[in-house]
Design a protein around this ligand. Structure first.
Ligand code: SF4
Length: 321
């Protein structure tokens, strides 16, 4: 099959758009979608100047998504004096998995000459995910602990590094899965939070003062295309799956979406376009109802709706085993 743009050999066919593209035109189309998303989300504040640039902290795990995001951001803003970028990697303490992906992060940051910081659960909380999984005091999936710890470190360190925005590499498949899970769980407040935490344009979002606002510039690009881009560009991405990736419900939703996409190309895009509009309306409705102010956790000082934050409660429960 030939590329629709130049007649060279096509390396991909996107059933949802009907496009056949060669390596060059495929990579251009990914770059274009990410840049359009950045523009539409008004990611770069009009107030940022070379004298007072915005600081963007990129959550860099070493997997294909965050590596591709970091690469495209560097290509787009690497020489823009209005943006000051750095990468942050979290080491969960997972044998045979995270050490290799940290190597990929170090290699990429070196290649791009980008500031790179590494923080670990072991140093911060005195626990490693491998031990948490073995003890499992709360009888939960590994990702339920890990997600709480990771969010705490990403948010805490983004703030400590003076970030104006925290950027993560969630792709179209990740976001469509989350959208569908929120709808199927009937979790309306979660839909509202999803919008304010990371969807929509910065002109319409109400992130409040509590947390560094998040953005997901890869959220229009399907997972397979992110992987193909990393491969074509020969980026140092680590592709092994986490051995604890046992979020069973998300896995079921992922398979359901694959089947739907196969039979009805464009399903992920249409889910996201309808969901985002719905999420914005929901966020407007729930914001006005929200009365609960956040307090400081009695143990670690992070923001929480309770007396002690979830992360501290989990650490206590792990230490009690
Ligand atoms: Fe943590 Fe789950 Fe991701 Fe593994 S798959 S790194 S346990 S969140």
């Amino acid at each position: 099959m030939e590329c629709d743009k130049c007649g060279e050999e096509a390396v991909m066919h996107a059933a949802y758009s009907g496009a056949h593209l060669c390596e060059t035109h495929f990579c251009r189309s990914v770059d274009k979608r990410v840049r359009r998303r950045i523009r539409e989300d008004a990611l770069l504040s009009p107030d940022s100047t070379p004298e007072d640039p915005e600081r963007w902290v990129i959550g860099l795990s070493g997997g294909k998504d965050s590596v591709v995001l970091t690469h495209i951001l560097d290509e787009t803003f690497g020489h823009d004096p209005r943006v000051d970028m750095m990468a942050l990697t979290i080491h969960e303490g997972i044998e045979g998995y995270r050490d290799e992906s940290v190597d990929a992060c170090v290699e990429l940051a070196d290649d791009l000459d980008m500031r790179h910081e590494l923080v670990s659960y072991a140093e911060e909380f005195g626990v490693r995910m491998d031990d948490v999984v073995e003890d499992d005091p709360e009888n939960m999936a590994a990702c339920a602990y890990c997600g709480v710890f990771r969010r705490d470190l990403l948010e805490g360190y983004a703030e400590e590094f003076g970030a104006d925005k925290l950027l993560t590499g969630h792709n179209l498949d990740d976001e469509a899965q989350t959208a569908l899970m929120n709808v199927l769980e009937g979790d309306v407040t979660q839909i509202a939070k999803h919008f304010d935490a990371s969807l929509g344009s910065f002109e319409d979002r109400n992130e409040g003062e509590e947390f560094v606002p998040r953005a997901k510039p890869l959220r229009d690009v399907p997972e397979k295309e992110v992987a193909l881009y990393a491969h074509i560009k020969d980026l140092p991405a680590h592709i092994t799956e986490c051995p604890h990736s046992s979020e069973a419900y998300r896995g079921e939703i992922q398979e359901l979406l694959w089947d739907l996409e196969e039979n009805h190309p464009g399903t992920r895009h249409s889910i996201m376009s309808g969901y985002e509009e719905l999420a914005e309306l929901t966020a407007e409705r729930y914001r006005s109802d929200e009365g609960a102010d956040l307090n400081e956790c009695e143990q670690c000082g992070s923001k929480t709706g309770s007396r002690v934050c979830r992360k501290c409660r989990l650490i206590e429960s792990i230490n009690a085993v």
